[in-house]
Ligand binder design. Structure first.
Ligand SMILES: *Cc1c(COP(=O)(O)O)cnc(C)c1O
Length: 396
């Protein structure tokens, strides 16, 4: 029996197979094309390729078969029309903004986005005449109030970093469309394994592939998934001219990462919920942030919108001294600013990822001095809990 061609394959199948085009060698694993340029069979073919009259490879700044396979796979997983790979998550966001916005345009963004994303909007894009207004992502009226006739984009991350707040993607997409603006979701924390923003009405998904898409902390990369028109007419020409391109080697690593994405996200989610529920019962812990906890303010929304709650857990201790003492006392968590790795990670957001923001900005975001962020890896949950247990006692 052959599979029904009209039935959309499941996410795990897409994660293993979408986009692969075997060469004549019939390789099982995707081929890695480490070649900066590609040859033409004739002068006429070179001319046709350069003019875009004939599809095919030209130069790896904008056409590379391994990168294209990654683009097709992430596009299939997100349920979009076309994807574009970039050198990092930040360059995915930069490419999107440079390609779709012009001087005088405005962006409304959640103030709970990745710290460097705030810097990009506030300190860099502002110099090119783009204004960004930051709002509380869970306050629908605040989004509405911030929109002006110049607003061209709504931008958010859900769940947010580091407090795992959840925004209603479908409702905000409606608001964006009533105002002729693009709805953009940074889907880094959930990945398409747990949440598909385009299916909920968003126009654009951006990714830091550096995190869960790789899943093993090896490479930097990013991606944008949107309509054929937006990518083909706006983002691809920007990438071709400006060059924030993904390395084919990194694309190959991400392809290997994607094969295990669905099972990894299930395991990250399961262990994170276990750790979060345990932390909630510990005396020195004032508050735990994880969308899977029934005490989370948007728990019901997260249940509707996501198929799992993800691997990020944050918790609040009394002050910086207590937070740093726990960080220095754990042995099964790495102290690093990354997230989404097989190895669990512990971070003090106020002095690292969010350290370049002002105190006032951190206060509005709710990132206090006692906050600790965990990225729960793929180790045994019991071992992580035992480690946190001894560290909390040690810090007390
Ligand atoms: C890490 C991260 C980024 C930036 O990605 P890089 O690959 O580090 O450039 C953007 N958004 C979120 C949510 C992230 O966690």
């Amino acid at each position: 029996m052959h599979p029904d061609p009209d039935q959309e394959p499941g996410l795990s199948t897409l994660a293993c197979r979408a986009g692969q085009a075997r060469t004549g060698e019939l390789e099982q694993s995707e081929a890695l094309f480490l070649s900066s340029s590609f040859c033409f069979e004739s002068a006429a073919q070179a001319a046709a390729r350069f003019a875009g009259e004939e599809p095919g490879n030209v130069y790896s700044r904008f056409t590379n078969p391994t990168v294209r396979t990654f683009e097709e796979r992430i596009t299939a997983l997100e349920g979009g029309e076309r994807g574009l790979a970039t050198a990092s998550g930040m360059s995915a966001i930069l490419t999107l903004c440079m390609a779709t916005l012009s001087q005088g345009d405005e962006v409304v963004a959640s103030h709970s986005v990745f710290g460097t994303t705030v810097s990009l909007f506030k300190n860099i894009l502002s110099r090119f005449g783009l204004k960004t207004t930051f709002v509380d992502m869970t306050d629908a009226e605040a989004w509405q109030r911030a929109i002006t006739p110049s607003t061209k984009m709504l931008f958010l991350e859900t769940p947010s970093n580091p407090l795992t707040e959840v925004a209603d993607i479908a409702a905000l997409a409606d608001l964006a469309h009533e105002n002729d603006a693009l709805m953009v979701v940074d889907n880094c924390f959930c990945t398409p394994a747990l949440q598909r923003p385009l299916k909920l009405g968003a126009d654009v998904v951006v990714h830091s592939a550096t995190k869960y898409l790789d899943g093993q902390g090896r490479c930097l990369g990013g991606a944008v998934v949107a309509s054929e028109a937006l990518i083909g007419e706006k983002l691809f020409p920007f990438l071709r001219s400006a060059g924030p391109s993904m390395s084919p080697f990194n694309a190959w690593v991400f392809l290997k990462g994607l094969e295990t994405l669905v099972i990894r996200m299930e395991r990250h989610s399961r262990t994170a919920l276990e750790v979060a529920a345990w932390l909630e019962r510990q005396a020195p812990v004032r508050r735990v942030f994880h969308p899977g906890l029934p005490t989370h303010p948007q728990h019901e929304l997260a249940r509707r919108q996501q198929t799992g709650f993800g691997g990020i857990v944050s918790f609040e201790l009394a002050d910086r001294r207590a937070a740093w003492a726990v960080i220095d006392a754990v042995s099964r968590f790495s102290i690093t600013a990354n997230l989404g790795d097989a190895k669990s990670i512990i971070t003090h957001p106020a002095t690292t990822t969010h350290g370049r923001l002002t105190q006032a900005e951190r206060d509005t975001m709710g990132v206090g001095e006692g906050l600790v962020r965990l990225s729960i890896g793929l180790e045994d949950g019991a071992d992580l809990i035992a480690d946190l247990d001894q560290a909390l006692r040690h810090a007390a």
